[in-house]
Design a protein around this ligand. Sequence first.
Ligand SMILES: [Zn+2]
Length: 87
Amino acid sequence: MHNGNRRTDATTRRKTTPTMCQHQPPCPTADSADREAAQAVVHHPEQGWSLLCNGVLLFEDTGELLPDGRIIAPHKPLGTRHVITAA
Ligand SMILES: [Zn+2]
């Protein structure tokens, strides 16, 4: 697969750290209860996860991996369907 995107994508992502949010209004921090409302800066629906602007890795099953390494268990019911498939 050839990716048409140039390095701008990676460069933008690197600049987007929790303390350097460029969004208006600013995204909630990873410590905020509202952390899921942050803008997704990297989105991989085919892999079932998104990286939010505040550094939170948000999984499709609503589980979260926080920038400090904490793991939040999935907290929203998603039915019985299992979407995890080998790539
Ligand atoms: Zn932001």
